[in-house]
Design a protein around this ligand. Structure first.
Ligand code: MG
Length: 211
């Protein structure tokens, strides 16, 4: 039976780029040989129903629906076989990205790190098998992304093991596993919803920056 727990504040969010076979095809890119990772700061986290702020000066703000892993206990140098013991459960995440800045910068920190750029929630689903879950994104109730976690190139256990060999994962840390095909822009006033089968639905709307 799936249990649902509230999400704490992670010490870090490690995100994976290009991790769905359909997204790689869409971009006409070769499948990566190892995960490409980057970080989002804990200060970018917002919850279900909180607002994404469209930063002034950003020209294109994109959604990215992602399955997120929530870490259960400290993980350092963990094998794939032991990785499940370190996974508390799964949640929905929107890896909000300033696409124009991502294209301009060789490092992604600026484009991925604005306050409110990491909606997560609505809760952690514990006891769910993440291998075959429908993942969808709706923009103003219109379906924009639709895939399945079975299309992940690197699965959750592999990612926990891989990342734990680089940096120690702490309880509550989040791994964003990458987005499927169909990413696109949002504008002020839009409502964006990430829905993952068996986990739930994460809804946020986009607001302009306060002056
Ligand atoms: Mg992403």
């Amino acid at each position: 039976m799936t249990k649902f727990l509230t999400i704490g504040l992670p010490s870090k969010i490690i995100a994976v780029g290009l991790n769905y076979t359909d997204h790689a095809k869409e971009l006409n890119m070769k499948l990566p040989k190892e995960p490409l990772i980057f970080m989002k700061p804990s200060t970018s986290v917002i919850r279900h129903l909180e607002k994404i702020v469209y930063p002034k000066g950003v020209k294109r703000l994109d959604y990215e629906a992602e399955l997120a892993i929530v870490i259960k206990k400290e993980a350092h140098n963990i094998t794939v076989e032991k990785a499940a013991e370190h996974i508390l459960g799964y949640t929905c995440l929107n890896d909000v990205t300033a696409r124009d800045l991502q294209k301009k910068d060789s490092q992604w920190t600026r484009s991925k790190s604005f306050d409110t750029f990491c909606p997560v929630g609505p809760h952690v689903a514990v006891g769910i098998d993440s291998a075959n879950l429908k993942i969808e994104l709706f923009l103003n109730k219109e379906l924009k992304q639709s895939s399945n976690t079975k299309n992940l190139i690197f699965g959750p256990k592999y990612l926990v093991s891989f990342i734990s060999k680089i940096c120690t994962l702490l309880s509550g840390d989040i791994i964003a596993t990458g987005t499927p095909s169909g990413v696109g822009p949002m504008k002020i006033g839009d409502e964006v919803e990430v829905m993952i089968e068996g986990i739930g639905s994460l809804k946020n709307s986009v607001t302009g920056e306060r002056t």
